[in-house]
Ligand binder design. Sequence first.
Ligand code: ADP
Length: 545
Amino acid sequence: MLGLMQDWPLLCHRIIDHAATYHAERPVVTRSVEGPIVTTTYARIRERALKVAQRLEKDGIKAGDRVATMAWNTWRHLETWYGILGIGAVYHTVNPRLFPDQIVWIVNHAEDRMMIADLTFVPLLEKIAGRLPTIERYVILTDAAHMPKTTLKNAVAYEDWIAEVDGDFAWKSFDENTAAGMCYTSGTTGEPKGVLYSHRSNVLHAFMAALPDSKGIKSRDVVLPVVPFFHANGWSLAFSTPMVGAALIMPGPKLDGASIYELLNTYKVTFTAAVPTVWLMLLQDLEKTGADLPYLERVVIGGSACPRAMTKTFQDKYGVEVIHAWGMTEMSPLGSLCTMKPEYAALTGEARLDVQMKQGHPPFGVEMKITDDAGKTLPWDGKTFGRLKVRGPAVAKAYFKLDQDILDDDGFFDTGDVATIDPYGYMQVTDRSKDVIKSGGEWISSIDLENLAVGHPKVAEAAVIGVHHPKWDERPLLVIVLKKGEQASKEDILGFMQGRIAKWWMPDDVVFVDEIPHTATGKIQKTVLRDRFRDYRLPTAEAAE
Ligand code: ADP
């Protein structure tokens, strides 16, 4: 017997309808690419998104067609997402920080028909446009006054483009399983892989993301998504924020500490989210200026492990609660968030920080398990680590145009992470399976060592890689970037770590570098470091020979 409830497909554009109806005048503020701050509202965003939809149809874009966007977080970018979604086409966020060859590969693989891009990226696109045969037209997110002379095919300024229609248009309706958006994983191993979200998965994921023990956002919040929309589906902020009707503040192209601080303070932002490297810049800036964060209540930090020192500084010095989060492009992307269940709620000080180093527990809609290499489920004791596998309505079941089974017999997706799960269901990533250091058959977590090393007051950033060792196969090498103007020796750093980890986890050597390489999404590029230190001779190696 079927239920007798209405058929109301979970379509993404219903979110902007809701925001425009019930939170019509809520401000949406952007630091524009052109420079000035621009303020609009959800009602205006919807009106203009309808124009985008109408205009896309006029250009012959049809349901299922991919429309690329290469853009910062701005009100225009948001309008294009909803416009694309509203006719059943697919927004494809392209990460401009990728190498040009990777961008070419991705756009060709997705067969994008149109490219909607910020002014910032016109020079980059001009260089590669000759290799993007599927793109029929470039729409530049600006007005006539700022439109540059360009060789890009059929280029038009966004404001002129949407001015050609009257906005008398209605969204299309279709099955909720229709493709909605697309995002490629950055492909640190092998070719990038295309993840294809559906309307249903995005809407369900937005509900999950907004829940009290997830981001916990509400109409009284002022939300600043620093994480770019092109990183892993924008962490759902383009959906979950209008869904709850919170005010939205967007940083445009300026993600440096001073610019972010200015927005946090001027607009009394209560909630924000980004990867640790962004917060490193902000905290360094605050240290320099002596400013504080009187309005900010919560910050979600994820994408890479959030160092303990960062959580401590945010909480103890600035009174901002850190929510450590884990996820991946394939999960839309949220997988777990470290909010406090009653079992941990009373903890304070270091004990609370111990819990906050975990990536947290999943919201309803994400199931997790850890297994050994043979697929046997491992216990949730907070100690045993294994392959982390996930299942849910917003988790990928296949990659775009890749005929390859990516789920196990029970329908779980292997995340490629190694993790523990504790008795209360809190998951902790110990490593990427390919980054874990295998020392004499035992595993050492590079993340734990990095977290500890950045707790040293002179250390700005740390990376740990496994380096060949004649006796143990691999031993940890600690790579350090010191804070500007600071000096420290190997002994200082190792002395600081002594006693805080098992003896056999201690790095065999420390090297100081000016910079640690990052991927396009702010992760430490371990592959590059491993290449660079491939032939590195550990001092302990000689003794072993
Ligand atoms: P990419 O940045 O490669 O495009 P993702 O954002 O999808 O792709 O990366 C997902 C991976 O990032 C996870 O599988 C995990 O290894 C890592 N990651 C994400 N959040 C965290 C976290 N809080 N702690 C540790 N690792 C994390």
